[in-house]
Design a binder for this molecule. Structure first.
Ligand SMILES: [Zn+2]
Length: 701
């Protein structure tokens, strides 16, 4: 009950008196870029069989140490089964006495503290551990797994465990609308046998009390933060969620609005996966807010133990996969969020695939992760994107689709260029030693270039309006249209940024020559008006699809007459894609920064230091001509790439720019000014580099 009361208090503190506009969170400040992380995730053991620090492993880590290291099962208790479980012993029908478990737990605490110290001494900035937001494993009949711990909760008093909650873990489950427990995957998931898998609710106070203790214990033994798995999987109708939802609605709508918009009914939407109405959106957003609150608590619980002199407890949830827009809701205040990108026969590592079809015929395909990264810079919240890629899933083809050293470098390049920070996962050094020199190079590059890569804001010519609210009405057209539009513009070498609710304002739109609205059926009145004003004051507005603004911010049908002004203001309306705007004579035809065919797989993103009074422009260039697969080692080199880089109004470029790359010396590049653009020729680009162009006040010649 206590935790529910806290939830209610938190919600009332932000109580609005009328329907929120927009429905999703916004904040004042824009969070600028940082250097990307180098990151290793290694689920292998990091302690020896005797339970001591594995010095050989530490020696491996010390070569090209990742700035962020996620290691093995680093919590002193098992992340699913808790600290009183020995799965092999259970499977062998053996008993382990409680004293033995307590001793193991105490020993592991000491060894893990030594391990995290050793890993930091080896050069890692942070060492983080795995938890799951929802999962336990155990058998309440046999009293094994998590229940063996539950029955012996008090034995952990010596480790500062709080008083045992009064509700048995069988009651902590997420519930379906009919009250039946939700079980992710299946109850008898084989890795848990002979025990079972359970899926707990983050709004359940007892589960939270346990998670708080796990977090505090991790912080006490020097773990710097958590990777929080399954942080998207919360669709719960338990009593705590139902009551929390009622309070959520009351905090966001007046009584009159609840009567009008919800017919006075405060219940959750029963079909969250299919509904397209406001109740569905609010149900999904309530769950997102619950996750946001839980992750914020994890940060707070861990940071309180670490003390103010230490960096805050690092929080890195999983759950962006095919839904990168969650970065603007549940994950917005985290450090990182993972896009566990498993889809695709062609794998998901960035790079080029050449497939043999029939004699003499090949099919070319290019993977990239630009969209997932762009949601972070578009949202403008603290959270950055991480990509976990695979060489096909569930079956991997490492030879054809795996991450060789060039792909390992291209992955980090994407995070640096498009993510404004973030990272791309490298596997551990035991299974990926070819990535060691890659990390060494990137670490040195980030050290050297940190000032250039810190504190910048995106600076493109085209803004793609990509609000996230429609996704919570189960509308996929905005997301799909955003993907398609971004892909097309970047292919044409047009600098394009996403603009989400949090970054959508008249002031920000004024920076862009054009705004493209890809579908976006759901739009608030204020957003419609801002777009109209933008167009009327000279901006180029392009609407894609017939559905734009057909519904208001609460998902209700909008009177077509009210959409008319927006349509009239638009420079172009196209039925399907942004292509017509790029055709000769089209409103975007003059925007490319280079020829489509020169460096045809180069994708770019630009940033400035201060959009109001810019003194430098950074043009990041990523060349995707990198062949995927462990059997290959080919990288294309682009020579003499001629570019005309659009400059912020009222500025001219200095005579000389500099090209910076992780794999080469800095190169001075001559710049000339013409028509408000800087003309430069990049002498040579392999995988990645950026041009730093100093700006001066003045009119373009
Ligand atoms: Zn619940």
């Amino acid at each position: 009950m206590r935790a529910v009361a806290v939830l209610l208090a938190t919600l009332s503190a932000v109580a609005a008196l009328a329907a929120p506009d927009p429905l999703v969170p916004v904040s004042e400040a824009y969070v600028t870029t940082t250097p990307a992380y180098t990151y290793i995730l290694d689920r292998g053991p990091v302690l020896t069989e005797e339970g001591e620090v594995d010095q050989e492993y530490i020696n491996l880590i010390a070569q090209g140490p990742p700035s962020l290291l996620e290691s093995g099962d680093l919590t002193p208790g098992h992340p699913y089964f808790g600290p009183v479980c020995d799965l092999p012993a259970i499977r062998a029908g053996e008993q382990v006495p409680l004293e033995e478990f307590l001793q193991r737990y105490a020993d592991r605490r000491v060894a893990i503290a030594q391990y995290t110290d050793a890993a930091r001494a080896a050069g890692c900035d942070r060492v983080i551990a795995y938890i799951c937001m929802m999962t336990t494993g155990g058998d309440p009949e046999e009293r094994t797994g998590f229940w063996a711990f539950w029955d012996n909760w008090e034995a952990f008093e010596q480790f500062d465990i709080p008083p045992r909650p009064d509700s048995d873990p069988v009651n902590w489950q997420q519930r379906r609308p009919d009250g039946e427990p939700v079980i992710a995957y299946r109850r008898d998931h084989p890795p848990y046998a002979p025990m079972f898998r359970w899926t707990n609710c983050i709004n359940n106070p007892a589960w939270r009390a346990y998670q708080q203790w796990v977090t505090e214990e991790a912080a006490r033994i020097g773990i710097d933060g958590f990777f929080v798995d399954n942080a998207g999987t919360h669709h719960c109708y338990c009593e705590h969620c139902r009551r929390g939802f009622e309070e959520w609605l009351k905090s966001r709508y007046t009584e009159a609005e609840i009567a009008e918009l919800f017919a006075g009914d405060l219940s959750m939407a029963p079909d969250w996966g299919a509904g397209t109405d406001l109740r569905t959106a609010e149900t999904l957003l309530f769950w997102r807010a619950s996750i946001h609150r839980f992750l914020g608590d994890v940060r707070r619980w861990g940071s309180a133990i670490r003390g103010e002199a230490s960096s805050p407890f690092f929080v890195f949830p999983n759950g962006l996969h095919s839904r990168p827009f969650h970065i603007a809701t549940s994950f917005r205040d985290c450090d990182l969020a993972m896009d566990e990108n498993s889809f695709g026969e062609l794998g998901t590592h960035p790079g080029q695939i050449t497939q043999h079809i029939v004699a003499g015929m090949y099919d070319q395909h290019v993977n990239d992760n630009i969209l997932a990264y762009k949601y972070a810079t578009g949202a403008g919240f603290p959270c950055r994107t991480n990509l976990l890629c695979r060489a096909g899933y569930p079956r991997a083809d490492e030879a054809a689709l795996g991450a060789n050293r060039n792909v390992g470098s291209l992955g980090v390049a994407e995070a640096s260029a498009f993510g404004g920070g973030g990272c791309y996962l490298h596997r551990g050094p035991r299974g990926g030693d070819w990535l060691i020199p890659v990390r060494e190079r990137w670490n040195a590059f980030f050290d050297r270039c940190a000032p250039d890569l810190t504190g910048k804001q995106p600076w493109g010519q085209v803004a793609i309006f990509a609000p996230v609210a429609p996704s919570y009405f189960n509308d996929r057209s905005t997301y799909a249209g955003t993907d398609n539009t971004l892909r097309t513009l970047l292919e044409r070498k047009i600098l394009a940024d996403l603009v989400l609710e949090n970054t959508f304002s008249a002031e920000r739109l004024a920076r862009y020559e054009a705004v493209v609205v890809p579908y976006v059926p759901i739009m608030t009145d204020a957003q419609v008006q801002t777009l109209i004003d933008y167009a009327r004051s000279g901006g180029t507005l392009i609407l894609i699809g017939d559905s734009v603004a057909s519904r208001d911010g609460l998902g209700r049908e909008r009177d077509p007459a009210d959409v008319q002004a927006l349509q009239t203001a638009a420079a172009m309306r196209t039925p399907g894609s942004v292509h017509p705007a790029l055709a000769e004579g089209g409103p975007l035809a003059h925007l490319p920064t280079g020829s489509r065919n020169a460096g045809s797989l180069v994708r770019m993103a630009a940033y400035v230091d201060d959009p109001e009074a810019p003194t430098e422009l950074l043009l990041h260039m990523v060349n995707y001509e990198v062949r995927l697969g462990m059997a290959h080692d080919e990288v294309g080199v682009v020579k003499d790439l001629a570019l005309t880089v659009p400059l912020p109004e009222g500025t001219v470029a200095a005579d000389q720019a500099v090209l910076k790359r992780p794999d080469g010396e800095d190169v001075p590049v001559a710049v000339s000014n013409a028509d408000g653009r800087a003309r430069v020729t990049v002498p040579e680009l392999t995988i990645y580099g950026y041009l730093r162009i100093p700006l001066q006040r003045g009119e373009g010649q």
